[in-house]
Design a protein around this ligand. Structure first.
Ligand code: 26V
Length: 812
């Protein structure tokens, strides 16, 4: 295995020729990627085996993070970084005539997630491995990830994301570890040793085949596992099916659809049978695999919770609770009480959303048919739970109905998750507070000790070191490298806030990143972007509560003001958007079209084009985010207060020295605690005010329209005017604001937002002041590193300590 650059070059050339079957002068960049990938994968393999051995010998509790989504992005650059060979490989490849950054572009993003929840899971895996915790991911290997977005005539068009087309060097198919998952069928019972034993007969069996992806820790030789399950037909094609080969093909197709695609909707819950199948598939396969690993320890199953922690990422994998009950009772012979005790000590749950329309409830009938034995268990759980509630709250039938797991023919997954977990956490202080005081109040009263907060965090390895190597170097020069292993050490930078030399370097790093993004925009849009302008960025899923519309209306207003007063003294701005809308979310798609129309108008109007530019960058993804985030001056985190559970983009921008314009929502609240008014531009309604409006009414969007001429003009322009090219109009947006009284208080916050934006324009010109603020942001961002978050999960929820592996055995 190579240890220096020269050895790398020799080994790499051999591999390249051997892999591609071509001569050096014939190989393509694709070949280079494949050869490098396989070489690095092999290197990881050694540590992977050693890590697994260490975990088995050590007997430390293993954490399994069950999630329907892992938004991993690309792995090559990150693996090189964490292995500590990034520079060596970059230089070696360079000497052979290839640019590593170009080679990295050959890797398809693993886009197996919708947004925040899936990316959080990916950041957590990186922190778990990097801190040396025995924590693994358990998910689904969707054949198609989140759709690829094209913008055609300003509209979003969705294309399938066949990310596996060119193969995936990082995964290892483990055919020998496949397990069986059973759907449908009927439950039969018989007596055995004096107790009833249940079995599902005549079900449809699906093989779950694991594909393992190594998760490399940062310079610590640890390699954990992300196990992704793929559905395959269990049947032997040569047998059964009444001799009809077409019957077999139909069956095969139906089975394989289980892991075919990721559901692209993260805002509106829909009770689709296939989605339920996916959720059970993950839970059943994951649990079987967890139990197999546990069995290697040769311990009785009542010790399960000592050795295993199962964490469920939102309610999507909640079926682990009844499924583990089923296995313990039907297969391991436990009685109800003992099984329940094992389950609740094993499982913990994170809630990621307050939006009621995203809460999962499954029709009881659907679960009864698809998963008959699981249904029986949920029914029994509900019966016992309601009975215990009545005992605790005698006569309070209303409370019992509110809290029941099954109500009105619906199974409430959040209730099941809370009842079956020993820990329930929200993802930012404000969010956890809302859960306790409002959304889950009844449950908090019942189980106060179970509720806790774990403010989200992001991996500084991908989002600072890998995405922004110039900033990494500058930090290293200025404060050394302790922050790489202890990100809170970034606060050492505070000592240099006023240092003119450091300030100049910070500006130069930002400048280079802006030039790089400008080059990308030039390539994609053919447009020239001025790197002296403020890069003002809003990238995230498109959703009404995130209020991209507020940003858009404000740009329309700026346009109007320049047109009214061409001498207006505005600091030039480049507004950058990136967002995918759920394919069926009409309003979100209209907002994308509106932004593109605005771009068309302001970018081409000779009076405005030097002051205002707008770009909607298509197909926002992890790898695109890595280009955008380091180049941002301003980060837009402008959700209606109380709606964004945490946000994680906010943290990425902060860490890269962008200043936030934001509401007091989600983790912005904690950012503001750290940054104060000098470090952040706060605006808008506070959560108490929003709640008061919802409770007592008194908000009139029409009133604002009538009294604010600027707002009126902008809204009228949704129907007719410079942004309605080719007779297009935005009636539905207009009516959502006026006829439906503006559910998200866009108009209410408009003036305050515009004012904060004006202040940004002024402050940006004061380069010294602006740079000091940027430095403050970077210095305070360590609190939002995933390592801090994972440390808290490990000690407070999972009760685990780091395990030393390889050459770095920690003593305990
Ligand atoms: C919800 C649903 C509901 C319908 C079925 C399909 C589906 C798929 C995904 C989701 C996820 C929505 C929840 C989510 O992504 N929440 C985000 O979690 C982030 C990480 O904690 C947090 O920073 C964001 O504020 C929060 O919106």
């Amino acid at each position: 295995m190579f240890t220096d650059k020269e050895k790398f070059k020799i080994e790499f050339k051999q591999r390249l020729i051997g892999n591609s079957g071509r001569q050096m002068h014939e190989v393509s960049e694709d070949d280079v990627y494949a050869a490098l990938g396989s070489m690095i994968r092999e290197r990881i393999g050694q540590d992977w085996a050693a890590t697994n051995r260490a975990y088995t010998e050590h007997g430390e509790r293993q954490v399994y993070y069950f999630s329907m989504e892992f938004l991993m992005g690309r792995l090559l650059g990150n693996n090189l970084l964490n292995l500590g060979v990034l520079e060596l490989v970059r230089e070696g490849l360079g000497e052979l005539g290839w640019d590593l950054e170009d080679i990295e572009e050959y890797e398809a993003d693993a886009g197996l997630g919708n947004g925040g929840l899936g990316r959080l899971a990916a950041c957590f895996l990186d922190s778990l491995a990097s801190l040396g915790y025995s924590g693994h991911g358990n998910g689904i290997r969707y054949r198609y990830g989140l759709f690829e977005q094209k913008i055609i005539d300003g509209h979003q068009v969705e294309l399938p994301d066949y990310w596996l087309q060119k193969g995936n060097v990082w995964e290892v198919r483990r055919g020998d570890k496949k397990v069986n998952v059973r759907f449908w069928g009927n439950v039969e019972s018989h007596e055995q040793n004096g107790r009833l034993v249940y079995e599902t007969k005549n079900g449809e069996d699906v093989w779950a085949v694991p594909y393992d992806v190594p998760i490399v820790g940062y310079e610590n030789s640890a390699v954990n596992t992300l196990r992704l399950w793929s559905a395959e037909s269990a049947a032997d094609p040569t047998r059964g099916f009444g001799g009809n080969y077409y019957n077999f093909l139909d069956y095969k197709r139906s089975v394989e659809t289980v892991s075919e695609f990721l559901y692209p909707d993260d805002s509106q819950y829909e009770g689709k049978l296939l989605r339920l199948k996916q959720e059970y598939f993950l839970c059943s396969a994951g649990l079987q695999s967890v139990l197999r690993t546990f069995d290697k320890l040769r311990l009785p199953h009542d010790r399960l919770a000592d050795k295993v922690a199962i964490h469920i990422n939102d309610t999507h994998p909640t079926l682990v609770i009844p499924e583990l009950m089923r296995i313990l009772m039907d297969e391991k012979g436990f009685g109800w009480e003992d099984a329940w005790s094992i389950v609740t000590r094993t499982v913990s749950y994170t809630n990621h959303t307050i939006l009621s329309e995203a809460l999962e409830t499954w029709p009881e009938q659907m679960i009864r048919e698809l998963l008959p034995r699981v249904h029986m268990i949920i029914e029994e759980l509900n019966k016992r739970f309601c009975a215990s509630l009545l005992e605790q709250y005698p006569g309070d039938q209303e409370r019992v109905s509110r809290m029941a797991i099954i109500e009105g023919g619906q199974i409430k997954m959040a209730h099941l998750a809370i009842h079956g977990s020993h820990s329930i956490n929200g993802v930012a202080a404000l969010h956890t507070d809302i859960l306790k005081k409002r959304e889950m109040k009844d449950f908090y009263e019942l189980y106060p000790e179970r509720f806790n907060n774990k403010t989200n965090g992001i991996t500084h390895r991908r989002w600072l070191m890998h995405a922004n190597p110039e900033l990494e170097n500058l930090l290293e020069e200025t404060i050394g490298s302790a922050w790489k292993k202890q990100p809170d050490q970034l606060n050492e930078l505070l000592k240099h806030t006023g240092d003119a030399v450091v300030q100049e370097k910070i500006r130069s790093v930002k400048r280079k990143n802006k030039e790089r993004l400008a080059a990308y925009i030039h390539k994609k849009h053919g447009a020239t972007v001025d790197p002296n302008s403020i890069f003002d960025v809003q990238v995230k899923r498109l959703h009404a509560y995130k209020r991209q519309l507020l940003n858009a209306l404000h740009i329309m207003d700026l346009y109007n003001r320049i047109k009214e007063n061409p001498a207006l003294d505005l600091t030039p701005r480049t507004f950058i958007f990136g967002a995918k809308a759920a394919p069926g979310y009409y309003m979100a798609k209209q907002i994308i079209k509106l932004i593109n129309n605005i771009a068309d108008t302001v970018n081409n109007d000779p009076q405005t084009k030097d002051l205002l530019n707008v770009f909607f960058l298509e197909n926002y993804s992890v790898s695109l985010a890595e280009k955008i985030v380091p180049a941002a001056d301003v980060s837009e985190q402008i959700s209606t207060a109380g709606k964004e559970a945490s946000g994680t983009g906010n943290m990425k921008f902060m860490m890269n020295g962008a200043l936030t314009i934001g509401t007091l929502d989600g983790a912005n609240v904690e950012m503001y605690e750290s940054l104060g008014d000098e470090g952040m531009y706060l605006f808008g309604l506070r959560i108490e005010e929003v709640e008061q409006y919802y409770r007592e009414g008194g908000y009139s969007a029409q009133g604002i329209y009538n009294s604010d001429d600027r707002v009126k003009k902008v809204l009228d322009q949704l129907i007719q005017g410079p942004f309605c090219q080719n007779g297009q109009s935005f009636d539905s947006i207009y009516h959502s604001l006026l006829s439906h009284n503006d559910e998200y208080f866009v108009l209410r916050d408009f003036a305050d937002y515009a004012q904060a934006q004006e202040q940004i324009g002024i402050d940006y010109r004061n380069t010294k002041l602006w740079t000091e603020k940027a430095i403050l942001n970077i210095a305070k961002s360590g609190r939002f590193a995933g390592d801090r978050t994972i440390g808290e999960y490990a000690s407070d929820i999972w009760g685990i300590k780091p395990v030393g592996v390889g050459s770095r055995l920690t003593t305990r």
